[in-house]
Write a protein that binds this ligand. Structure first.
Ligand code: DLL
Length: 440
């Protein structure tokens, strides 16, 4: 039932027709919210003016700041009595952004996530351990209802508590897991401490990894350590949650469900569309959503459209692995750096463990970047010279990749903790005074 072959392999022209029909409905629905009603009035536009896919560009972008300003109900496009659920984004700064769902929205969302799960081969007979947070975070409930809809035995364990996770996996013979990639790597220490080799002792076969940027190295590591097929899962609360884009077995980009989302990729500076295949910021318009339609929402996520057809036969366009968020980027000594670049450079090294963190400080007007990184235990037992040589090799690799030379601090395996939530990759302490006269 959930391999929706006709829809997923639909020809381009038919997808565009379906999108246009849904876009017109969506614009009309959106104009019932206070935010968009006012916006349309200010622009002197009526929903009927959006009559082609291209004419959507007449509308300005919607930003996270707009969502914050309109908190709590400014984007609600149906009477409050029709809302059956809300979630909130995990933003750590400012007001959180809330999202609302009608019954039909939950139905569409569940359908999208179920479609993703089926695409990877998960099916009835699997045991699914859902290891991300339940509650306001969308990861838990988003996958939960989809798995139940597919008739899959679901363990709603939530995030954290690695030992309990492992006991459950063993006792209930879990075959499919869903977790944040940094947590999958962190859990390896508990597995070792408990004398469990997941490849030998657990019947795992599939992992869904999402909710935070991660490199191809991390995917491969998880696949090797657990003996699973790992699939990249992308989504954001503002667009329901998970289920926006997902990898198929070809693992060459993530199919973005174009019957539910209208994607654009724009230059984050100018807002103009980039050439097909070029990197830029993903902008999404929801299609078919009732409670909270969003038009041209700036996700902040940097990616590119994949070109060419996918070997799996699905026609919905694919986006590349997310490079990072425009606001994850930090500038050090004038050089723009994304945490995923550090990850790409380091996690490909055989000596490196499973976790890292970047700490930024400022001393005497100079930015100092320290990369703390877990490495194999043996470097703490043997000759300190070896540790020093490893540090130098890492510094060289990072200099080649980033064009700046960071300090490197080596840590024992498991030293950087994870609670199962999104990893904090960058700790910026540059506004803390550490000698000299701080200019911030
Ligand atoms: O993280 C929804 C989700 C839950 C996705 C479970 C996948 C799995 P938010 O908390 O609103 O929602 O955070 C959304 O997380 O804009 C991206 O910056 C980042 N993100 C999500 N998935 C990926 C991914 C959920 N696969 C924000 N790769 C997004 C890179 C991701 N970044």
């Amino acid at each position: 039932m959930y391999w929706q072959k006709e829809l997923e392999t639909m020809e381009d022209a038919r997808i565009r027709r379906l999108q246009l029909k849904r876009l017109r409905e969506t614009v009309r629905a959106a104009s019932r919210s206070t935010f968009y009603r006012e916006r349309f009035q200010q622009l002197g536009l009526s929903p009927e003016d959006i009559c082609t896919l291209d004419s959507l560009r007449k509308l300005p972008f919607t930003t996270k700041n707009d969502l914050r300003q309109a908190y709590p109900f400014g984007f609600l496009a149906v009477p409050k009595g029709r809302v059956v659920r809300m979630h909130a984004s995990t933003g750590t700064t400012g007001r959180s952004t809330v999202v609302f769902y009608t019954r039909a929205d939950l139905d569409q969302w569940t359908d999208l996530v179920a479609r993703c799960m089926v695409m990877t081969g998960a099916r009835q007979g699997d045991v699914f351990q859902n290891m991300t947070g339940y509650g306001l975070f969308t990861g838990g409930l988003g996958f939960h209802y989809a798995a139940e809809r597919l008739g899959i035995f679901t363990i709603p364990i939530g995030s954290g508590n690695t030992r309990r996770q492992i006991h459950m996996m063993r006792e209930f013979e879990t075959t499919v897991i869903h977790c944040i990639p940094s947590f999958a790597l962190y859990m390896v220490h508990s597995l070792h401490a408990m004398g469990i080799d997941p490849r030998r002792d657990l019947p795992l076969r599939i992992a869904f990894l999402g909710a935070e940027p991660h490199s191809e190295h991390v995917r491969r590591k998880v696949e090797e350590l657990y003996g699973v097929d790992a699939f990249n899962s992308y989504g954001l609360s503002e667009m329901y949650g998970p289920g926006v884009a997902f990898e198929c077995p070809a693992k060459d980009g993530m199919h973005l469900w174009e019957d539910a989302y209208l994607p654009e990729i724009v230059d984050p500076g100018t807002g103009e569309p980039v050439e097909d295949g070029a990197k830029g910021e993903l902008v999404l318009t929801s299609l078919g959503r009732e409670a909270m339609p969003l038009l041209r929402y700036r996700t902040g996520d940097l990616t590119a459209f994949c070109t060419g057809e996918c070997g799996c036969g699905r026609r919905h366009r694919r986006i590349r692995r997310i490079i990072g968020r425009a606001d994850d980027m930090f500038i050090i000594k004038g050089v723009n750096i994304f945490p995923t670049q550090v990850e790409e450079a380091l996690l490909g090294m055989e000596e490196v463990g499973n976790n890292y963190q970047i700490i930024l400080k400022r001393k005497d007007y100079t930015d100092i970047m320290t990369v703390t990184v877990e490495v194999q235990e043996r470097f703490f037992r043997g000759d300190p010279q070896e540790r020093e040589q490893l540090r130098r090799r890492m510094a060289k690799r990072l200099r080649e990749e980033l064009l700046v030379t960071p300090d490197i601090e080596l840590l024992k395996p498991g030293a950087l903790e994870s609670t199962g939530g999104k990893a904090v990759r960058v700790v910026d302490k540059r506004d803390i005074y550490e000698g000299g006269i701080s200019d911030t």
